[in-house]
Ligand binder design. Structure first.
Ligand SMILES: *Cc1c(COP(=O)(O)O)cnc(C)c1O
Length: 377
């Protein structure tokens, strides 16, 4: 809420967002698309990179569509003056139907109830709402099963407030490179679309995949692809590095705000989680799990100070993390600390942080709270 009062952030902890690298990634993926459209997935605050500047840059770089998961994100983009079509990738609730129609957001439909609700709302507003039909081909998150889809269309396709602009599915196992499962889901999707067509139910924009499909499976691009994480420089799987070069967009950095020497056998941090073995220099970095710098990084993670790695000691607290700078002789207050990115010859990649957390890069970047200022360069 601080930012709504426009209180400037003067914390040294910032996420530097390289819009040039982002623009490069969008163009690089677009180059591989031939005639398919590009929907830039900017959900979860653009994977932590800041949804409004990232969305503007995505459009500048050639994305035709944007994809979000919450109505609030869609409304924010509209209020920021973005006019590109915006697909809501999740299902919405009854309370969100009005905003979804009012702000011209393209809803994903997977129940009759919402088909009727959106059609009624659109008619009330004297307009036609563009919608996409979501098919469940095996992720079993949401979507209509292929066996119910004909009945669904008989009941809902001709609702007067709806324009069925697209149809899509989302694969369960593409990132894992499970092509047997993915191809069977793709075939199920194509066969279902063909059956629907035979019944006169036409959906002009067909789309099935995100980053992995954009990078590896040109045969599955259809009319549109929906990459997210790759736009921020991350391959969903390491095997894809040979297929496409991408540039990391985020650098996370801070400064040492305190450095002290502690004698041997001194417990450090909550619960005395770390005990010095000799005289050690322990520094404080003003970021914690309240910022989304996860507690699971305690004792495992590292940060860069003066081009060298310093290990996190003890337990990360809400707002602070302690690091051991004993082997970095000149470490002193005010020194730059790099948590993600390069410093001198050294680099800490987002993937490395994800491995320390036993997680994936998406979680590392998307978890960073809004109170960490994004600085665009
Ligand atoms: C998140 C999401 C994407 C993007 O996935 P990435 O692996 O980040 O490219 C695409 N489609 C849907 C439906 C999603 O929810």
């Amino acid at each position: 809420m601080l930012h709504s009062l426009n209180i400037p952030s003067n914390s040294p902890t910032i996420a530097e967002i390289d819009l040039t690298a982002f623009n490069y990634n969008v163009r690089r993926i677009k180059k591989g698309l031939k005639n398919s459209m590009l929907l830039a997935v900017v959900k979860t605050n653009a994977y932590g990179h800041g949804i409004v500047p990232i969305s503007r840059e995505a459009i500048r770089a050639g994305a035709e569509w944007l994809g979000v998961t919450t109505v609030e994100e869609g409304v924010l983009l509209r209020k920021s003056g973005i006019t590109a079509p915006i697909l809501l990738l999740s299902s919405i609730t009854s309370e969100q139907v009005t905003d979804s129609v009012t702000y011209n957001l393209t809803a994903s439909i997977s129940t009759e109830r919402f088909a009727y609700a959106i059609s009624n709302e659109a008619l009330m507003q004297n307009r036609i709402a563009n919608v996409h039909l979501k098919l469940d081909t095996g992720l079993h998150r949401f979507g209509i099963g292929p066996h119910q889809v004909i009945d669904f269309c008989k009941s809902c396709y001709h609702l007067p407030g709806l324009n069925w602009e697209g149809i899509y599915t989302h694969f369960s196992s593409a990132d894992e490179g499970d092509w047997v499962t993915t191809e069977s889901q793709f075939n199920l999707f194509k066969n279902t679309v063909a059956t629907l067509k035979q019944h006169g139910f036409i959906f002009p924009i067909r789309h099935v995949g995100g980053s992995t499909i954009a990078i590896e499976r040109a045969d599955m691009h259809l009319d549109m692809v929906r990459p997210g994480v790759a736009l921020f420089g991350y391959h969903p799987a390491l095997r894809q590095r040979k297929d496409m070069t991408l540039k990391r967009v985020m650098k996370l950095k801070s400064k040492l705000i305190h450095v002290r020497s502690l004698p041997p056998n001194t417990p450090v941090g909550y619960g005395g989680g770390y005990i010095t073995t000799s005289t050690e220099k322990i520094a404080i970095v003003p970021i914690g799990h309240g910022d989304g710098y996860k507690r699971s990084l305690s004792t495992k993670g590292e940060m860069l100070v003066n081009g060298k790695r310093a290990k996190i000691v003890g337990t990360i607290s809400l707002d602070q993390t302690l690091i051991n700078v004993t082997t970095i002789p000149n470490a002193s207050i005010g020194d730059e600390v790099v948590l993600i990115g390069t410093q001198g010859e050294e680099e800490i990649s987002t993937r490395e942080v994800a491995e320390w957390m036993d997680s994936i890069v998406d979680e590392v970047v998307a978890s960073l709270m809004e109170r960490i200022q994004r600085v665009y360069v």
